[in-house]
Design a binder for this molecule. Structure first.
Ligand code: 5AD
Ligand code: SF4
Length: 466
């Protein structure tokens, strides 16, 4: 415990953006209990691992991290200091008591639907180990504290806001419906209040997130369920919000309201992450994706018609049970056909309790070989997309100091990091940048001559993001 009676908290996030958001909200809630957030676990009184269960590799990381933390805890104990270790997130939900058995250093296990109970759990865990992996009836979002202005500013000009959680799709490979539970949408007014608060503290870009975000159907102020497209229109009206994004979407839920949002909202960035998983209809069916490859391509075409500068990214799984060389080639063909600006690809990883885990598995070396081939193709297309940006002028939202002195780094509409020599006063501003060079991890650009002198710093942001 610090001299002022405040305690130190370190939260380490694994996995997706939902976890990043949840980590922030846990820190916000514990701030009210006297915890200050720190960047490292050294000297922390409470360490929370916010875990991911989506693939085996992700889940295993937790146990190796817990090994390190056990040593940290033992060292602290020798100095007469108690370090509390908490496991949160989807591994906590899936394994609960099992974590307590495998990792005796863990004091507290908390599932994603119980984060609002953390303050009470931390108090109880001082005496004995505590597990809470229930799906309580109360709304955790109502009970979680909002971030302070300082916390928002420390986190930068781009923020995530969870609008939807859980999933009812039950793809046969996926643990999400089990770890995050049934699909749930937050009401429109709660989301609007949260975004307005972020904007008032200097946030310029908001990404609305959810495991199946475009299934959003939260209650609107008119008492009716609103679509994601309608929600985006409303959020775009909030003063200070220059950019909007949303992720992750399911092809089945790409409705006309989203099409309209892409057509009508300049703030909605022309970049769509739309997982396809496989290019083979046979495999899509076995995955229970409930759409064909042709239907996916049709959606892409319609979205591109609504927003001609739209770029796409996707997720793919190779070596799903039963995947033949022909099935895999179909995936390779789609990747080449669509020309994705980027994509994530994974070897199929059997997850306990999911239907596909019980199916006949593809050998590990076949999976590895296919993954390599797919990643090479994806990389080639990504490089081609980036190369196509050379000489173009792209709007960049500057986020923080860049790699070199005098540089800032920001993001293009397509989420590419862009390094530019620019004054720190431009952090939080969207500025047109001429792309002059294509690097392997980022683009390089320069400001049009007038920009640096013309733009006055935004008062709310002059010191943010550094
Ligand atoms: N094995 C491999 N990849 C998976 N994903 C989800 N579950 C699995 C699994 N069991 C991938 C999907 C999803 C992304 C978030 O993770 O591609 O879109
Ligand atoms: Fe998992 Fe996404 Fe399928 Fe839901 S839609 S089961 S989150 S892969």
């Amino acid at each position: 415990m610090g001299m002022n009676g405040r305690r130190k908290l370190h939260v380490k996030s694994f996995g997706c953006q939902m976890n990043v958001y949840d980590s922030h909200r846990m820190a916000d809630t514990l701030a009210a209990e006297g915890f200050d957030e720190a960047d490292t676990p050294d000297g922390a009184d409470l360490v929370i691992l916010n875990t991911c269960h989506i693939r085996e590799k992700a889940a295993e990381k937790v146990y190796s991290e817990l090994g390190r933390l056990r040593r940290l805890k033992e060292e602290a104990a020798r100095d007469g200091r108690k370090v509390m270790i908490a496991v949160a997130g989807c591994v906590a939900q899936a394994e609960g008591e099992e974590i307590m058995r495998r990792a005796p250093a863990v004091d507290l296990v908390v599932g994603p639907q119980s984060y609002h109970r953390l303050p009470d759990m931390v108090r109880r865990a001082a005496d004995r180990r505590v597990v809470d992996t229930e799906f309580p009836v109360e709304d955790k979002f109502d009970a979680l504290a909002a971030p302070s202005r300082d916390a928002i500013r420390m986190r930068g000009v781009s923020a995530f806001v969870t609008v939807q959680e859980g999933c009812d799709k039950f793809c046969t490979f996926c643990v999400v419906p089990y770890t995050r539970g049934a699909e749930f949408s937050r009401p429109v007014d709660k989301i609007v209040t949260e975004v307005a608060r972020l904007a008032a503290a200097g946030v310029r870009e908001v990404t609305l997130i959810g495991q199946n975000v475009n299934a959003y159907h939260g209650g609107g102020p008119d008492g009716r369920p609103w679509t994601l497209g309608r929600l985006l229109h409303r959020v775009a009206e909030i003063e200070g919000i220059a950019r909007l994004r949303y992720t992750t979407s399911h092809p089945r839920d790409m409705d006309d309201s989203l099409l309209a949002a892409h057509r009508d909202l300049p703030a909605l960035m022309p970049y769509l992450h739309l997982p396809l998983q496989s290019g083979s209809d046979r495999i899509l069916d076995a995955m229970n994706r409930r759409h064909t490859c042709a239907e996916y391509l049709e959606i892409v075409e319609r979205m591109r018609a609504a927003r001609p500068d739209l770029a796409l990214s996707s997720d793919f799984i190779v070596g799903f049970p039963g995947e033949t060389e022909d099935d895999f080639r179909a995936t390779m063909d789609v990747v080449a056909g669509v020309g994705f600006a980027g994509a994530f690809s994974f070897k199929y990883s059997p997850r306990p309790g999911t239907p596909a885990a019980a199916m006949e598995q593809v050998p590990e070396d076949t999976k590895a070989e296919r993954l390599q081939r797919l990643q090479r193709t994806i990389d080639r297309h990504q490089a081609a997309f980036n190369a196509g940006c050379l000489g173009k002028t792209l709007d960049v939202l500057f986020e923080k100091p860049g790699k070199r002195p005098g540089q800032l780094v920001g993001r293009s509409p397509y989420l590419q990091p862009v390094q530019v020599m620019a004054p720190a006063s431009l952090i939080g501003e969207v500025v047109p940048v001429v792309i002059t060079e294509i690097g392997s991890n980022s683009l390089f650009g320069s400001l049009p001559h007038s920009t640096a002198d013309m733009r006055a710093p935004m008062p709310a942001l002059a010191s943010a993001g550094a």
